[in-house]
Design a protein around this ligand. Structure first.
Ligand code: SAH
Length: 409
């Protein structure tokens, strides 16, 4: 027999009579959805499950066996008893009255099939797996999960608003972007992406999204930032939804607030989606806690992009050396020897454990263990290159309790 091809349709049941025959598990699954659709439900069954009984105020329950006349005035029928002969009678009565009828026992004798249904915001997802309910349910779940996680684009033209969204991308692995971050990317008209943002996600963007790769903008830090500010403001003023996608969190050495100021001056609404920031996430991925009870009550995150003693330095390194907690150094590979020297000068012990975590969360991730005294030599020996997070303090000793094994370069 040739399998019929169902014709899908979204029924508007508001105020319309729907008859459900049977009061067991199947009815229990169908009735709440019918009520949610506003249907005038007539439930026919001598007995019903406690859950259905709990709904009795919202429907009409006729406490007896099915009679053909129950279908008078109905638009839709669900034959959901566990008795095939009753379902068959319901089906025949429905056919006579030209009412579509779902059957719990034999889809082949039904005139309507119930799809696996789910909702995402204002969208209803319905999957008809041609009599393979598990398959439909699995597909439905996959679609809903994709919508929730943003791996399936849901370009809601109606509620999409022009403006700028700062999206924190996390340390690099696309799995470490937040659900909200992914959604914002998929809903954007324009994505302005940084070098350190999880770039794999960019290949999933819908084809009509304009992708602006900051790594390709003219060099020079301030010129580049001015150009970024100009581009995001211009696109947002043109009515586009702009996602500013960066590694980690946009407000941690990410110049995110400069972009906010530029938007504010232009009267553009801004939304912020925080990201997993690398000074916490990257040590964590390497198994290093930035705090540990009884060991440290503080962790201090410092940018090392300006060397100690440089006129542009805003950090008091002798005060930092005097701190007793964890130090997390970012953008510090180049100046690490000068920073280690400043910390030793300030009284830190040369045996203070140090971990350098390179390419956190990426396939090339590695951790180089060292000490403050040996750090300059170890960075050379292990050919450490940015991006890297340098963790200084006892927490490194806790995570790697043995004397740091000297890895060969
Ligand atoms: N906004 C980002 C930081 C940008 S500054 C955040 O919140 O994480 C760039 C510095 O971040 C790099 O020099 C490095 O120190 C650190 N960094 C970012 N991602 C990293 C990663 N995956 N592995 C190691 N360090 C990382």
């Amino acid at each position: 027999m040739v399998e019929p091809a169902p014709y899908p349709s979204g029924l508007i049941l508001t105020g319309r009579r729907v008859v459900v025959v049977g009061g067991g598990q199947v009815a229990q699954r169908r009735v709440p959805a019918l009520l949610a659709a506003g249907a005038d439900v007539l439930l026919v069954s001598p007995e019903v499950t406690p859950a259905l009984e709990g709904l009795s105020a919202e429907l009409t329950w006729v406490r007896r066996e099915f009679e053909e006349g129950d279908l008078d005035g109905a638009w839709y029928v669900v034959a959901a008893t566990n008795l095939s002969d009753v379902n068959e009678r319901v089906g025949l009565a429905a056919e006579e009255r030209r009412i579509f009828c779902v059957r719990s026992d034999d889809a082949g004798r039904a005139t309507a099939w119930t799809p696996a249904v789910g909702r995402h915001g204002s969208v209803t997802v319905a999957v008809l797996g041609n009599r393979e309910p598990r398959r439909s349910a699995a597909l439905r779940d996959a679609v809903l999960e994709g919508l929730r996680e943003g791996t399936i684009a849901d370009r809601r033209e109606r509620d999409r608003v022009a403006g700028v969204t700062l999206v924190g991308g996390g340390p690099g692995d696309p799995d470490l972007v937040t659900v909200a971050g992914r959604k914002a990317l998929m809903e954007a008209d324009v994505v302005v992406a940084d070098r350190l943002a999880p770039r794999e996600l960019l290949s999933d963007l819908p084809a009509d999204v304009e992708l602006i790769d900051v790594a390709k903008l003219p060099r020079g830090r301030s010129a580049q930032q001015e150009e970024i500010n100009r581009v995001i403001v211009e696109r947002a003023l043109a009515g586009k939804a702009v996602a500013r996608f960066k590694g980690g969190d946009n407000f941690v050495f990410g110049r995110g607030y400069e972009e906010i100021i530029a938007c504010r001056e232009a009267g553009i609404p801004v939304r912020v989606i925080p990201g997993l920031t690398s000074p916490v996430a990257v040590p964590g991925l390497a198994g290093i806690p930035v705090t540990h009870r009884g060991v440290t009550h503080e962790f201090t995150v410092i940018s090392g992009h300006v060397p100690p003693g440089h006129p542009a330095s805003l950090t008091n390194w002798s005060a930092v050396a005097a701190l007793t907690g964890t130090l997390v150094l970012m953008m510090a590979v180049e100046n690490a020897p000068a920073i280690a020297a400043a910390l030793l000068d300030g009284g830190r012990h040369p045996d203070t454990p140090v971990a350098v975590v390179c390419d956190g969360s990426m396939p090339t991730e590695r951790t180089v263990l060292s000490t403050l005294g040996d750090l300059p030599a170890d960075l050379v020996a292990h050919d450490v290159r940015p991006p890297a997070i340098i963790v200084v303090g006892e927490v490194v000793g806790i995570a790697f309790p043995k004397p740091p094994p000297k890895l060969s370069p």
